[in-house]
Ligand binder design. Structure first.
Ligand SMILES: [Zn+2]
Length: 145
């Protein structure tokens, strides 16, 4: 067994087990939170079927977007993608398809913590395509100069 860092132990306790997709969501949420430290909302395209839906808990754990606060919503697209936004900006984070295929082809209940840990230590640029754009809400906001 590997010795898990505190934040992964917390994440495991929150989610009930430690698998790759909750870590993927956790890392997505951290990036989102860094870009939107104050006000943040999220749309997840994972759908609600496991294991991909585990992303939802990871994002809730790290991003400050929660179902209870109503600043997160989930679309049933079955895609490992998250969008974070405020009034002005939109951040899109998509898990690379080859990373997803590798996860789906190799994860078992015996090795999931090890793979989760590898993803945790991986460089985000090796996992995600990250793009920034203008928020869909920005058109409705009056901008003061
Ligand atoms: Zn899970």
């Amino acid at each position: 067994m590997i010795k898990l860092p505190d934040e992964l132990r917390e994440l495991k306790r929150f989610h009930g087990h430690l698998g790759p997709y909750v870590v993927v969501g956790y890392k997505m949420g951290l990036i989102g939170r860094e870009v939107f430290p104050d006000k943040i909302s999220a749309v997840l395209y994972t759908g609600t079927r496991r294991p991909l839906s585990c992303v939802i808990d990871g994002v809730q754990f790290s991003s400050c977007c929660t179902l209870g606060k109503g600043n997160i919503s989930v679309k049933e697209d079955g895609v490992a993608k998250a969008e974070f936004y405020d009034e002005n900006k939109l951040l899109e984070i998509t898990l690379f398809e080859n990373v997803r295929s590798r996860i789906d082809a190799t994860v078992t209940s015996d090795n999931e913590e090890m793979i989760a840990f590898d993803l945790f230590t991986a460089d985000p640029s090796d996992l995600f395509r990250i793009t920034e754009g203008e928020s869909a809400q920005s058109g409705r906001v009056v901008k003061l100069k």
